[in-house]
Design a protein around this ligand. Structure first.
Ligand code: FCB
Length: 485
């Protein structure tokens, strides 16, 4: 269940294996803008962000960083960094507006141009098919809690593979289905903003099924050699104390935070403890139809891991009632109630020490432990870190520079953590930094800056932060420079 502590033996944390893929990541709704051009229709994030009170400051992705217009310039920035790969997502409603029917070529052409531009600069495209922007039309038909959405997703996967499959070698079905299911349909802090734990668990199953059906569709359409992945925000769950109650809280969060996906995807079954924990919310026997588990367990070539901070849990003290008003966005809060289905009586804690601008504690040991756990439990499955990074309160100086030593520190620590995991045997093939540039951070709007490039939203100019230069040096050397570097 939870991981063994990290070994503290000295290891060479500087050099990465040759062929290690250095990348950066973004997502369509967070950067593209141009939400109503060339036939694109609203996704659940358009609807959600335009609903008063849903996002900080009422921010929407309407304009975002205008990447749809400025993609050539953005690929130049990637080239300046020396990126080996760029992970981006396709906006479903740009290429298949209602989530059904034929491709809209004008929308697909954008991705064709982007892929061509990347390849011309020697950067491998890594496509994510679903980074949270379900067509609103499909949500109106029931969204992820209904089974047909999984089938629609597989059809869409086939369309994108037909269009881009000859030039894209890395494919990710879903990004962080945990967030889609539990933040979208459970706590309701993400689109579509429903608060219904039964719907959330149904969504989780249909996301799993959509993943499996999409793997089949991709295999059928892609040339041999294409690598197919899924990106999970696996939680490194740690009990606050070694008490039986806190360990039990950690087990439950591990079930509904991790094994609800890795169980069926990698082991071909939902774990018994998860089924028991959530039996009062969902009738799993009716939900999981014959053949579903085999479909979900189709082999993948890579597991994408997104990691930001560990998850520390405790049991609610006996006799204390859960307080829904404290429910947080991702279980990273302090003394807050769980946003995990069936776990209202689990509390979350922030470890003392340094935090990012999201309030997330900085603890790279969580990444090493997570990678080593995957290595132990799924030997032979190559991994890529498909997201890791940090928001800080970056400021543009009058000289037009952005000094972000805290981000460099964060990255240094986490790359060091990846290297430690590799030294201990984990098969980690690449690292995608979140994010290439500042962007629309979902419910937090534009206030949280994760980028290597600072975006001045008034002018849309992109300014390299000190971390951009630092990361370029890491990529050039294939190693983390020492403290003086
Ligand atoms: C992840 C999301 C990504 C970004 C980072 C900070 O959960 O996949 O889009 O918002 O968090």
């Amino acid at each position: 269940m939870t991981s063994a502590p990290t070994e503290s033996a000295p290891v060479d944390t500087t050099a990465f294996p040759s062929g290690f893929l250095w990348g950066a990541a973004t997502a369509a709704y967070q950067i593209e803008g141009a939400v109503d051009v060339d036939g694109r229709t609203p996704s659940i994030w358009d609807t959600f962000s335009r609903t008063p009170g849903r996002t900080a400051g009422g921010d929407t992705g309407d304009r975002a960083t205008e990447h749809y217009l400025r993609y050539r310039q953005d690929v130049r920035l990637m080239s300046e960094l020396g990126l080996g790969a760029y992970r981006f997502s396709v906006s479903w409603t740009r290429v298949q507006p209602t989530g059904r029917g034929p491709v809209v070529e004008r929308g697909m052409d954008f991705y064709r141009r982007l892929v061509d531009e990347l390849l011309e600069h020697g950067i491998q495209p890594a496509v994510t098919l679903y980074h949270w922007d379900l067509p609103q039309d499909l949500e109106d038909l029931g969204g992820w809690p209904v089974r047909t959405t999984a089938e629609r997703f597989a059809d869409y996967a086939a369309l994108v593979a037909d269009a881009l499959g000859d030039r894209v070698g890395i494919w990710t079905t879903l990004n962080e289905p945990w967030c889609s299911a539990f933040l979208g349909y459970g706590s309701g802090v993400h689109a579509p903003g429903r608060a219904d734990w039964t719907a959330a668990l149904r969504a989780a199953h249909h996301l799993n099924l959509g993943h499996g059906l999409a793997v089949d569709a991709l295999r059928a359409a892609l040339p041999a050699g294409a690598r197919i992945a899924v990106s999970l925000n696996l939680h490194e769950v740690r009990p606050l104390t070694e008490s039986a109650a806190d360990r039990e809280a950690a087990r439950r969060i591990d079930a509904v935070g991790n094994r609800v996906f890795t169980g069926p995807m990698l082991n071909g079954a939902y774990p018994d403890d998860l089924l028991a924990d959530t039996a009062h919310l969902v009738d799993w026997r009716a939900l999981v139809q014959d053949g579903d588990l085999a479909a979900i367990a189709r082999p993948i070539d890579l597991l994408g891991v997104n990691y930001y901070t560990p998850t520390v849990t405790s049991a609610l003290p006996p006799g204390q009632a859960p307080d829904p008003a404290t429910a947080g966005d991702a279980g990273h809060g302090d003394g807050e109630q769980s946003p995990f289905a069936g776990c209202a009586d689990v509390l979350f804690h922030r470890a003392p020490g340094r935090r990012t601008d999201m309030g997330w504690p900085i603890d790279p040991t969580g990444l090493t432990d997570l990678l080593l756990r995957i290595h132990r439990e799924h030997p032979g499955l190559p991994v890529m870190v498909t997201e890791n990074g940090a928001a800080f309160d970056d400021r543009l100086t009058p000289e037009g520079t952005v000094h972000d030593p805290q981000r460099i520190d964060y990255l240094r620590g986490h790359l060091d953590a990846v290297r430690r995991a590799i030294a201990a045997g984990a098969d980690v093939r690449g690292y995608f930094l979140w994010s290439l540039m500042d962007n629309f951070e979902w419910a937090h709007g534009y206030g949280k800056r994760f980028g290597l490039y600072y975006v001045d939203y008034a002018t849309q100019s992109r300014i390299p932060k000190d971390s951009a230069r630092w990361y370029a040096e890491v990529i050039r050397a294939g190693a983390v420079p020492d403290q003086r570097g």
